[in-house]
Ligand binder design. Structure first.
Ligand code: NAP
Length: 259
C-alpha cells in the first residue's frame, strides 16, 4: 500500500533502537525524511546511516536527552516544522508505591508526559497552518491495564493520554491527528532486561524466563519493532486522517478486554 507520505518530514524521538527505530524505519520505507534522536551518539549515527542507505531518504541524527529543555530545543532547531512527530523516550524505573517521592514523580512526569506535550505544543501551530499533520505517542499497555511495579509509568502515561484525548479533538479540524500506540511486550533491549530480572529472581535461564513471559500472551510471542513501526507509519499515512485521539494496543492479546 502506498502510504501517500513520500517526501514528508518526521521527527522520531528515542529512535536509535527498539520501537522508536522500528517507527523510523517504517516511515523511511514510505519515503519520509527523518530527524532521529537518542542520547548515545555512536549507535544513533550508525542507525541513521543504515536507514539512509537502505531507504534513500535523508536522516539527520541529534544526540541529546529528549526529556530536557536543551534536548528538545536541539531537535526542534534541526526540524522546526515537521509533518510528522513520533514521541518516545525511555520508561521510568520499576518499584513499589512506598518507594516514590515527589521528585520521582516529577522526573517521570517530565520524561513521559511533559516532554511529549512540549514537543506537540511546539509543532502543532505549523502543522495546523499547513492543514496537515500526524502525531503518534508511544505510551504503554499499562495505560489500559496497570502494571503494579510500574506506578510511575502508569501515572505519567495516563496523564499524557488524558491530554491527548482532549487536544486531539481541538486540532482535528485543522487536519492534524494525534493518537497513541500502546505497546505490550516487544522484543527490544527492554524485554531482554525484564527477562534478565525474571531469570535472576527465579534462578532460571533467560530462555526459560522468556518462555514463561510469552505464555502470558495469547499470541505466544513478543511483538517486533518492525510490526510496531508499520502500525505507526499507517497512523502517519494519508489513509489514517479519520483516526483521532485513539489508543491502539499492540500486545498480542495480553490485555484481556472486550474493547
Ligand atoms: P529500548 O529498546 O530500550 O530503546 C530505547 C531507545 O530510546 C534507544 O534508542 C535509547 O537510546 C532511546 N532513549 C532512551 N531514553 C532517551 C532519552 N531520554 N532521550 C533520547 N533518547 C532516549 O526501548 P523500547 O523497548 O523501544 O521502549 C520504548 C518505549 O516504549 C519506552 O518508554 C518503554 O517504556 C515503552 N514500552 C516498551 C515496551 C516493550 O516491551 N519494549 C512495552 C511497553 C512500553 P539511548 O539510550 O542512547 O538514549
Amino acid at each position: 500500500m502506498d502510504l501517500g507520505i513520500k517526501g514528508k518530514t518526521a521527527i522520531v524521538c528515542a529512535a536509535s533502537k527498539g520501537l522508536g527505530r522500528g517507527c523510523a524505519e517504517a516511515l523511511a520505507e514510505a519515503g519520509v525524511n527523518l530527524v532521529i534522536n537518542a542520547r548515545t551518539e555512536g549507535p544513533l549515527i550508525e542507525s541513521a546511516q543504515e536507514i539512509a542507505t537502505k531507504y534513500g531518504v535523508s536522516v539527520t541524527s541529534i544526540a541529546c536527552d529528549i526529556t530536557t529543555a536543551e534536548g528538545q530545543a536541539l531537535v526542534l532547531a534541526a526540524c522546526p516544522n515537521p509533518d510528522i512527530l513520533v514521541n518516545n523516550a525511555g520508561g521510568p524505573p520499576p518499584g513499589m508505591w512506598s518507594d516514590w517521592d515527589r521528585e520521582d514523580f516529577i522526573k517521570a512526569l517530565d520524561a513521559n508526559m511533559l516532554t511529549p506535550i512540549a514537543l506537540m505544543k511546539a509543532v502543532l501551530p505549523s502543522m495546523m497552518g499547513k492543514g496537515w499533520g500526524r502525531i503518534v505517542n508511544i505510551t504503554s499497555q499499562s495505560v489500559k491495564s496497570p502494571i503494579p511495579v510500574l506506578g510511575l509509568s502508569n501515572a505519567a502515561r495516563a496523564g499524557l493520554t488524558g491530554y491527548v484525548g482532549g487536544t486531539s479533538r481541538q486540532v482535528a479540524p485543522s487536519g492534524v491527528t494525534i493518537n497513541n500506540l500502546q505497546p505490550g511486550i516487544h522484543a527490544t533491549d527492554r524485554a531482554v532486561s525484564l527477562d534478565k530480572g525474571v531469570s535472576d529472581a527465579q534462578g532460571i535461564t533467560m530462555d526459560e524466563a522468556a518462555t514463561q513471559r510469552m505464555a502470558t500472551i495469547p499470541a505466544r510471542r513478543y511483538g517486533t519493532p518492525t510490526e510496531f513501526g508499520a502500525t505507526c507509519a499507517f497512523l502517519c499515512s494519508q489513509h489514517a486522517g479519520f483516526i483521532v485521539g485513539q489508543n491502539i494496543l499492540l500486545d498480542g492479546g495480553a490485555v484481556n478486554t472486550t474493547m
